[in-house]
Design a protein around this ligand. Sequence first.
Ligand code: HAM
Length: 421
Amino acid sequence: MSTETPAKKELAAIKGTKDILPGEVEIWQKVEAEAKRLFELYGYRELRAPIIEPTELFERGTGQTTDIVTKEMYTFTDKGGRSNTLRPEYTPSVARAIIEHRLDLQPEPMRYYYIGPMFRYDKPQKGRYRQFHQIDIEVFNEKDPAIDAEIIEMAGALLKKLGVEGTETLVNSVGCRVCRPAYSRDLRAHAERVREQLCPDCQRKIAANPLRIFDCKVESCREQARRFPRIMDYLCPECGEHFDKVRSYLDLYKVNYRVEPNLVRGLDYYTKTTFEVVSRGLGAQNSLLGGGRYDDMMRDFGGPDICGIGFAMGMERLISILDIQPEKKKVLYFAYMEEEGKKKAVELARFFRQNGVECLVEFGYKSLKNQFGRANKLGAAWVCVVGEDEIRKRLYKLKDMTAGTQTEGRPEDLLKIIRGK
Ligand code: HAM
């Protein structure tokens, strides 16, 4: 028997997932903070649902004919024999939470936001990951077309706040259960006539749900889809009127948009309004955010008959086109001598931290010279020197590392200097 240990396989993150490391994470934190602040200005509150849900939630919510449910879910059977799924999207979770907690009976507006990871087993490529993050908002029980326009405006306001340029807003209506059957019938007949030109997946979609052919990325299918009948020509009076009003409110909100008749979006639940913001800076996966109205989901889940609308923005895609530099941190570094100095530095750091100053006391460096070297390397804003003399006099030296100046004082005096007073 060989005594050699087998070569270890290197440990690495799962394909399609990635670490967000310090240096980059500050940009994520800034985006999250801006999103939360903005959503709260529009009356939204955070709703946090679990990452795992019963598989059935997405089968019934996202829809049996979607790529997500047929191909992309991370589904597993737990030890109790139940089928669970890592959420591929957030919308069905919010609807479930509302029903479960009867949030519809509370007086607050039903406007929710959430930021977190989603999971889809798709082929990873630039802008497409298996674990990705969404900034999601959902609104319930608001039928008025003004809300459709308001959430599109809110998405635009966030992008503007973050300095995103070069985007285009596309809107469409996918009708409802009254008008869509006639459209699906004609679409099916049309697709049937060009069956041979469609990929095997789309051939299957003809019977299952011909609308899903619009999601296909194969160029020959896209080419055919451009010649398919347009849902806009089939809208019932209610859907037609709703769409006209959405457009007039978009004008009121001064949103630039384009009507895109093929924008059906890859989820089964949409009714009436659908929209997407695409970005020129993103390449093939150019959809920065997408959303729409889903007026039947709650009722289909056996909940109250209330409508819903929302959108989700992909954070990886958003961050890839942002031009934000993380803010430079202002750190107070303690350089001390001997055990006594260390103890004093720890004590002083507590005082400064309690007063909102970011402090660093490191324990591995012995000489003052070494510690100043570290402070320089780390780009510390100030160094506080805690030597024998300083401890005896209870006056500490503070070096401003940018200006190169040095002052001496009591901790309270140094705090005033650090605060710029
Ligand atoms: P979705 O279009 O599937 O909609 O996803 C929304 C956004 O999430 C996309 O525009 C994209 O930025 C990002 N995204 C999707 N898949 C990936 C991926 N594999 N890697 C990176 N980013 C991705 C929804 O999820 C709906 N729940 C939106 C919604 C909310 N509709 C109504 N309410």
